[in-house]
Design a protein around this ligand. Structure first.
Ligand code: MG
Length: 377
């Protein structure tokens, strides 16, 4: 199934004010149409423009194919459809370049509805009373029942809409009109008030506010820290950040006592305000006795993923006089990176002594600090 998106930006509309057509006016730092294009990233995209806008289009098109439109909206869409013909495209979404706020949810609903119909388009019910008017006076009212406001993207199975456009004469308000003229069924799906078409100057302020709110909500950066200590006991070797390091002592603990991995696990839980290891794996529960600490780190990393977070950096500091960590640091980073499923370059393990001061200086145990950064887009 190959889905293409056609962004129609060939109009000359200047009702929004200014010399520049509305879809090329700036909104939150880039042209309106650039926002519309960005909503369809990942699909095969065609940008239909007026030839006068070629230079503007080159600046925003990216991997989108730029096609020159025709004399009417229908002719412009047809030019884009023809450019996609014979390339295995099975579905096409046709979107107004002046609707910068289309959401993934609306696009998803249109695509889902194409499973059961040749056409699908978002709509919003009319809630305001409708009047007719002339010369500033209300001249009548209209029944709003059964009336809907049409939005885009309007989605179609490719071959039927191409045939419909080839057969259509004249201009149409939108592609649903063209589809219906060819006898295609078009299913209505739920649109969104926010999916507005910037038309008047006030629409820009509204769109900009919505984009700003979306951006603020979109990126969620979390940072968490962790700290842990384990005492030395009789034994051979210590587990540190997933590596068994030869040493004349072991670390005492309910699990394998991997102090570095515990600190990092707590940092990840901390970033999500999800408590700590003890809460998720109670030491009173015998099933965790002698457990490999990778289970804990894996759980924290999986929970982060489940919540939509990517772990973008993890930094562990081990505090001890001995054993020497340096020779094992890369292996430790590799072990932690593999458990969390992130790149080696995002994981740091380093060590310091406490200058023979305190319990770590007296070699009674090892302490570890960790910081983790999680980002959800
Ligand atoms: Mg611990």
């Amino acid at each position: 199934m190959t889905t293409a998106a056609i962004i129609v930006a060939a109009g000359r509309g200047t009702r929004a004010g200014g010399e520049v057509p509305k879809q090329w006016q700036m909104l939150a730092g880039r042209p309106v149409v650039a926002h519309a294009l960005a909503a369809f990233v990942g699909l095969r995209r065609v940008l239909v423009i007026h030839p006068d806008d070629a230079a503007r289009a080159a600046a925003v098109a990216g991997d989108a194919l730029v096609v020159h439109g025709g004399a009417s909206r229908a002719a412009s869409v047809r030019a884009a459809l023809e450019a996609l013909a014979g390339q295995g495209v099975t579905r096409v979404l046709i979107h107004d370049g002046a609707r910068p706020l289309v959401s993934d949810a609306v696009i998803g609903r249109v695509l889902a509805a194409l499973e059961r119909a040749a056409g699908a388009a978002p709509s919003v019910t009319v809630t305001d009373a409708l009047w007719t008017g002339a010369a500033g006076l209300v001249t009548g009212t209209r029944d709003r029942s059964g009336l809907y406001r049409a939005q885009t993207p309007q989605g179609f199975r490719f071959e039927p809409i191409l045939a419909a456009h080839r057969a259509f004469l004249g201009d149409a308000a939108d592609d649903v009109e063209v589809a219906r003229a060819a006898g295609l069924d078009v299913v209505m799906v739920e649109g969104e008030e926010e999916n507005l078409k910037v038309t008047f100057p006030g629409d820009f302020a509204r769109a900009e506010q919505a984009l700003r709110a979306r951006k603020e909500m979109a990126m969620d950066v979390r940072m968490g820290n962790g700290f842990d200590v384990h005492a030395f006991c009789e034994g051979e070797g210590v587990w540190l950040c997933g590596i068994k390091v030869p040493h004349g002592k072991a670390l005492l603990g309910h699990s394998d006592a991997d102090v570095g991995m515990h600190a990092l696990t707590d940092a990840i839980y901390g970033a999500m305000a999800e408590g700590d290891i003890g809460q998720h794996f109670p030491p009173t529960d015998p099933q965790w006795k002698g457990a490999a600490s990778r289970i804990f780190l894996q759980h924290a990393a999986d929970l982060a993923r489940l919540r939509g977070y990517t772990i973008t950096s993890a930094d562990v500091t081990l505090i001890c006089e001995r054993p020497k960590v340096g020779p094992h640091a890369v292996a430790m980073r590799e072990a932690l990176a593999a458990i969390m499923g992130i790149a080696l370059g995002r994981v740091s393990v380093k060590a310091t002594t406490s200058e023979k001061l305190g319990f770590t200086g007296r070699e009674e145990g090892i302490a570890a600090l960790a910081t983790a950064v999680l980002v959800a887009l």
